[in-house]
Design a protein around this ligand. Structure first.
Ligand code: SF4
Length: 111
């Protein structure tokens, strides 16, 4: 399935995650897990975008220059009172304004 996803991205140049799972005929959670694996391997990158009023990710093949930049990333900005930001590692397609995990984490930041 990973190869199939990579082949779709290479063929199209980029793909919306909320279209990808439909194209593959799998459910969105399974698609999210596979995409997360490819992200961890540094093979793809994605950005949060809004399309047709829905937030989703635009997935592209990884730019090796960006992977090198991430090596210098200061991960402490993802911590609040030793609690990791819920978005770090989250594989859900989301609408941040309605996410309880993110809301609770922001409230913790404000305390
Ligand atoms: S806002 Fe919520 S659903 Fe979206 S990435 Fe963050 S934790 Fe995940």
């Amino acid at each position: 399935m990973e190869d199939e996803i990579l082949s779709i991205i290479k063929e199209r140049g980029s793909v919306f995650q909320n279209e990808l799972w439909k194209t593959l005929g799998i459910d969105c959670r399974k698609c999210s897990r596979i995409v997360a694996r490819l992200l961890r391997k540094g093979m793809i990158e994605r950005e949060l975008v809004k399309t047709n009023g829905t937030r989703t990710y635009l997935i592209k093949m990884a730019d090796k220059k960006n992977v090198e930049v991430m090596g210098d990333f200061d991960y402490s900005v993802l911590l609040s009172n030793n609690s990791l930001a819920p978005c770090a590692g989250c594989n859900e397609e989301c609408e941040p304004e309605f996410c309880n995990s993110l809301t609770e984490w922001i409230h913790e930041l404000l305390r």
